[in-house]
Design a protein around this ligand. Structure first.
Ligand SMILES: [Zn+2]
Ligand SMILES: [Zn+2]
Length: 94
């Protein structure tokens, strides 16, 4: 891909870079690469606002993993995510 941006994805704590084969587990049991979906579980659509590092085990906001991204693009990523996922996550009573 010809991109002149310097976007990098790595852990804000230890600078570990996720690989294509890296997998995160959702509480629903789904295993997937969270950076393929901007933190949204492909099975239950739960949106993981924070992402845990597979190297140092620290949790950090998903957008904090993107470096070289200007703030406006980060906001666009946030807004592009389905709002229904976070709404479902906060509906404890029904
Ligand atoms: Zn880390
Ligand atoms: Zn899930």
């Amino acid at each position: 891909m010809a991109s002149d941006s310097t976007l990098e994805i790595h852990c804000p704590a230890c600078r570990w870079e996720p690989e294509v084969t890296s997998r995160w587990m959702c509480t629903c049991g789904c295993l997937w690469n969270t950076f393929d979906t901007a933190g949204v579980c492909p099975r239950c659509r739960h949106r993981w606002h924070d992402t845990q590092c597979l190297s140092c085990a620290a949790w950090a906001p998903h957008v904090d993993w993107y470096h070289g991204l200007d703030e406006q693009v980060a906001v666009l990523i946030e807004e592009a995510l389905p709002a229904s996922a976070s709404a479902r996550c906060t509906s404890h009573e029904s």
